[in-house]
Design a protein around this ligand. Structure first.
Ligand SMILES: Cc1cc2nc3c(=O)[nH]c(=O)nc-3n(C[C@H](O)[C@H](O)[C@H](O)COP(=O)(O)OP(=O)(O)OC[C@H]3O[C@@H](n4cnc5c(N)ncnc54)[C@H](O)[C@@H]3O)c2cc1C
Length: 571
């Protein structure tokens, strides 16, 4: 066989070697779910995940690839054929093909009862093996459902909640969330858009919103300032603006244009003017912004992290499968140590993202079923921000590293999904809270509520279960890292706020790394206890060496090379 033919055949082998079911191919996910749910619950949802895992790999992924081609992106149709104002978005037909499968999985309907977050996040993780145009809408709808269930008065809940819980794509309604205005997204307290109370149970909204994703939604959750209310976030209310009025007319919102974006291009994001738009108050005005953060933003932050974990898993699949089939200088590149290290890095980071994101999902299930302690709730509050921060940073790094493994082919849009994942990942880094904003939130929560004490207690509880002999050294490394993190906190816990802020990201890094390492170790313990075939001890060791051990030197570690070889060859 000549070299050209061999090279092309290797690429064909690579393409056909990729999984046709993202669930059955993912042993780590299966273990993590079994651990959090228990055997009975896990067995009950397995078919659902297996079906959806196959649909994601064989229908949704190829469908989204076509929808994300230049020329196929959403288009704004402000008026219909006879000149009525509709403010609609026209999508490529694949948008609906994919949407039907997503909603049919029950991903939104299962939020009707508490206790389904782990299951819901498993579906969301499988979906996020691809870059799709629905995930943002799912996250917004999830936060809207949570808000309606928790703080809405009965009339508003009855009016808006039922269609959000539909599993039929053609019957359901979905949500969007608009906080950001042209003057800034981090400083939501600077919101200027105004809400006027009509005294009949409705409000009128006037002003503009600068970033409005999923603008094709039926219900917009927005922050707005009731007339004469105080400045800052305390003066904000949370409202629902329905797309259509009760008589079927388009509500008072006007799309200026769709954003031309680096990533998430199959999702329509607009700039919007609201002119006397009819709105309904969502929850009490008192504490409305706190509700927005806890019910809406924290939902999006969890789901953003699960998206990152899915993207990273996909980057791992692309890179590891390529390394096994691509040959250079006569050998599969998987045999070269620098490639092995790159793949091991991606692998350990996606395992870490899965560990921390599903631990959060399990905590949220506990909270929503009334089983959580005060410590659980405070630990959740801190970890949800840290986790959004760290997974989005590691997501970009991991996809970048996967692109490197594919060489020049990694940069080619038609060759693999990696360029699309990379572009979408940049967006996942900034929306739902930029890195700095999340770190500052963590710092504020530490100062106000000492949430770090709860997180540390929660992590120690995880570590207390780690009794397997082979994990003891790693457990003691994690404890030492926890001590160093506390020392760092004490050192920056100073009155000079400028100095304090200057070191906040280092603190967030330290807390994020130690949290992910502890959670990975707890998973490793469980897998060993169950007698399952697992590579997790190697994965955790690789993670700890890279992220926790000060001045770790692979040159002095005899196990470094065999470990990265084992991790590479495990694909
Ligand atoms: C594709 C896309 C879609 C989006 N869709 C939506 C949507 O549907 N709804 C919505 O509400 N928003 C949406 N956003 C907006 C997004 O949430 C904001 O971009 C984000 O919150 C940051 O706000 P900003 O862009 O105004 O940046 P700024 O707030 O202007 O921040 C700029 C930079 O300054 C940093 N910074 C700000 N304050 C501080 C500080 N005190 N200390 C240190 N650093 C600081 C930030 O971290 C950031 O790096 C979307 C964004 C994108 C890219």
């Amino acid at each position: 066989m000549n070299n050209t033919l061999r090279g092309r055949n290797d690429l064909i082998t690579w393409e056909t070697s990729k999984p046709d079911n993202y669930f059955t191919a993912d042993r780590n996910l299966q273990y993590v779910l079994r651990r959090h749910l228990g055997d009975e619950r896990y067995a009950a949802i397995q078919d659902n995940l297996q079906n959806f895992g196959a649909e994601c790999a064989t229908i949704i992924d190829p469908g989204m690839k076509i929808e994300d081609r230049i020329g196929n992106h959403p288009r704004l149709e402000r008026f219909n054929g006879v000149g009525e104002r509709i403010e609609q978005i026209e999508f490529h037909p694949n948008h609906d093909v994919v949407g039907e499968l997503i909603w049919k999985s029950g991903i939104m309907a299962m939020q009707a009862q508490p206790g389904n977050v782990v299951h819901q996040m498993a579906l969301f993780y499988l979906l996020n093996h691809t870059a799709d145009g629905h995930s943002c809408g799912l996250a917004c709808t999830s936060g809207l459902i949570r808000s309606l269930q928790t703080v809405a008065d009965e009339t508003v809940r009855n009016k808006f909640l039922p269609p959000l819980l539909e599993s039929d794509y053609h019957q359901m309604q979905h949500g969007a969330q608009f906080l950001t205005e042209v003057q800034g997204g981090s400083d939501v307290g600077a919101n200027a858009i105004v809400a006027r109370d009509m005294g009949d149970g409705t409000w009128r909204i006037n002003g503009e919103k600068w970033f409005c994703s999923n603008i094709n939604a039926d219900q917009f959750l927005i922050t707005a300032r009731p007339e004469n209310s105080q400045e800052g976030t305390r003066g904000l209310g949370m409202f629902i603006v329905p797309r259509k009025l009760d008589d079927g007319q388009t509500n008072g919102f006007y799309l200026r244009r769709l954003k031309d974006k680096l990533g998430t291009r199959t999702l329509a994001s607009a700039e919007v003017d609201f002119v006397d738009a009819v709105a309904y108050q969502l929850g009490p005005l008192e504490g409305a912004f706190k509700n927005t953060v806890e019910l809406v933003l924290n939902t999006s932050r969890l789901m953003n992290a699960v998206s990152c974990a899915g993207f990273m898993r996909r980057a791992y699949i692309e890179a590891a499968s390529y390394a096994c089939t691509r040959r250079a200088f006569g050998n599969p590149i998987a045999e070269y140590p620098m490639v092995q290290e790159a793949v091991s890095n991606i692998m350990s980071e996606y395992y870490a993202a899965v560990a921390s994101s599903f631990a959060l999902a399990a905590l949220l299930d506990k909270i929503e079923t009334g089983q959580a302690t005060h410590t659980d709730k405070a630990a959740y509050r801190m970890l949800v921000n840290l986790n959004k921060y760290i997974t989005s940073i590691r997501g970009t790094e991991s996809i970048h590293q996967a692109i490197e493994v594919l060489g020049g082919n990694g940069a080619i849009e038609s060759f693999s999904i990696l360029p699309r994942l990379y572009r979408d990942m940049i967006v996942l880094e900034s929306w739902e809270g930029t890195h700095n904003v999340l770190c500052l939130q963590v710092l504020r929560d530490i100062a106000r509520y000492q949430v770090h004490e709860a997180l540390i207690a929660y992590l120690k509880e995880q570590l207390a279960a780690v009794t397997h002999e082979s994990l003891q050294q790693m457990a003691s490394d994690v404890f030492e890292s926890l001590d160093r993190t506390l020392t760092l906190l004490n050192r920056i816990n100073i009155t000079d706020t400028t100095k304090q802020q200057a070191h906040t990201r280092r603190l967030a890094d330290a807390f994020s790394h130690v949290s992910q390492a502890a959670l990975l170790l707890a998973e490793a313990q469980w897998e060993l206890e169950q007698g399952l075939p697992t590579l997790k001890p190697d994965v955790v060791q690789h993670y700890i060496n890279r992220r926790l051990i000060p001045n770790y030197d692979p040159l002095l570690d005899d196990e470094f090379l065999p470990r990265i070889q084992r991790l590479m060859m495990s694909y």
